[in-house]
Each structure stands twice: as C-alpha cells, then as structure tokens.
Write a protein that binds this ligand. Sequence first.
Ligand code: MTE
Length: 329
Amino acid sequence: MLIKLPDDILSSEITPESIYQQRRRFIKGMALTAAGITTSALMSACNNQNGNASSSKTAPTQNAPVFDDLKSSEFNTDEELTKWEHAINYNNFVELGDGKTSPIKNADKLVTRPWSVSVEGEVDKPGTLDIEEILTQFDLEERIYRLRCIEAWSMVIPWVGFPLSLLLKRFQPTSKAKFVEFISIHDPKRLPGQRSDFPLVWPYVEGLRIDEAMHPLTILSIGMYGKVLPNQNGAPIRLVVPWKYGFKSSKSIVKIRFVEKQPLPSWVQAQPDEYGFYSNVNPLVPHPRWDQRTERRIGEFFKRDSMLFNGYAEQVASLYTGMDLGKNF
Ligand code: MTE
C-alpha cells in the first residue's frame, strides 16, 4: 500500500530509504517523526483535519488523504458515508470530556507519541509493540462499517485498519485465554475527563470473548476516511467491533490482556442495569433510557429501524448459537 505524500515534500527528504523502497503502509506522521519534526507537528496534522489550520509548510495538506491503495473488504457496506465533519465533531470519548463536542475541543490533550501497546496475560510470548511497528507491519484495509451507539444514533465510517486477530495471534495465546481485555490510556494529568467526577473507574476497560476478538469483522483501526485517526476518534489505535454497541469499541488502547475470566468493562461496572458484557446491537432488548428499536443516522432527519447485530447477523449470529441474547445482554 502506498501512502500519499504532500506535493511540496520530496519523499526522500522525509522517509528512511529502506521504508520508502518498500512502498508499503507508511504514514505522514511517521514521515514527519523520521524527519525530526516533533509530535506537535503530528498533532497539528490532526488539528488541521479538525479545521484549526496551521501555516506550517511541513504539516500535511489539510484534509489530504494519508493512506492510499487500501485493500477493500468484502464486509464493506455501500451505504452513504457519514460526513467527515460529523464523524470528528460528534464523539463519545469521556477521557476528553463529557458531551459530544468536548472530545474535539480537548483533542490536543491526548498525546499520541510515543505510544506502544503491550500484550500480556495468557500468552506464550508476551510483548510490546511500538505504534510505528504496528503501522508498518500490518496490511491496511478500508473497512466501511455501520457504527451504532447505545444512545440510538449511528454513523457509517470508512475505517483504516487490520483484523485484530492478526495482531493477537503473534503473541500465541494459551489454551487458558478465553477472553481478551482492552485497556485504554490512563493519563489523568492531561486528560480532563479522568480528573472529573464522571462516574467511570479509569482506565477505560472493555472486553471480548476470544472468538469475538478473533472474528474477521473485528479490527484495530489507525485511521478513517483515508486519514490518520483524529485524537477524538481514539488515536492512535482503537478497536472497532461493528455488531456491538459503540462503547465496546475502545479508543486509544495501550494494553491488551488475554484472560481466563470474563473482564468487567468500565461501563458495566458503573451502570450494570444499563450496560452488558456482550452488548450486541439488538432492537428487541429494551434499554432503560434509549429505545433500541430505531436509531438516528447522524446527518439524517428521519429515524430508521435498527438491525439485529447492526446488520451483521449473517457473519456473527453463529457465535451466539444457543445463547439467550436477552439475558446475555
Ligand atoms: N473508548 C474510550 N476509551 N473512551 C470512551 O469514552 N466511548 C465509546 C467508544 N470508545 C469511549 C470509547 C462510545 S460510547 C462510542 S459510541 C464510541 O467510542 C464512539 O466512537 P466515535 O466517537 O469515534 O464515533
């Protein structure tokens, strides 16, 4: 996969020759880092996308796609994409503040370099992957998925990422690994939501059963709309599990643990009457606050019917054969 470079920078100026020769998944952020340009330049790349224009000559062109030649996926929906402006302005990311517009306002509080993801627990080969290794070692795909929040709104997002299973298998889970736990960044000094009285125990924890984690629909995303993942969308790396309510798709992941027992996700711990471990999208399982039978696609006026497993039943229903989906919410 080739990553487009800004017209005004020669790739040879900013990219190590060996990597350039490989013509593989290479992002501008890395290129800027390789050139000695600081994290703040990379951050301003994200800010540019968010509309806070920077005049820096070396910052990537505003709104320029960063990823090119992405592998397409058989799982892609052809539904109309949610507008980029909606996807980056209307977010849930409580570490960056409560409410839909706080995450973009506080986006610069999330520092995404240096960044690494450690993988531990029930594995034969525990280890840590630096984000730059992750960005260069996996073939990136475009995955156009529906995203359905438990708050009864939805979007269609073209993610850039790769199957989670490819990363997990490298660490060789043992036979005791029945679940996978995802732990997001814990940085209360910088992240305003982690200093507030918001009723979540930090860090943000989520979990999947091992077969859900290994399912080909489950991806780790490092970009969207062909661009680097904006901070408010979970930079530099987040989970996307399209058949589950959006809160299962953890943002800004720093640790992945293979465990024997079912993890206790942050939301389940905080409000067990409202959130469940499985939380598969299901219009037939009522919720105390939000009517799950319909949803509002952001950018549209009329509500639409919600779908079992968010429309991915054909791919995932067999994971839950014999299970009472009402009881196992
Ligand atoms: N991950 C972390 N770490 N913190 C969060 O607050 N919110 C979740 C999920 N991942 C959240 C998170 C919720 S409720 C939703 S709906 C999606 O992120 C929203 O993703 P988006 O803002 O990119 O649309």
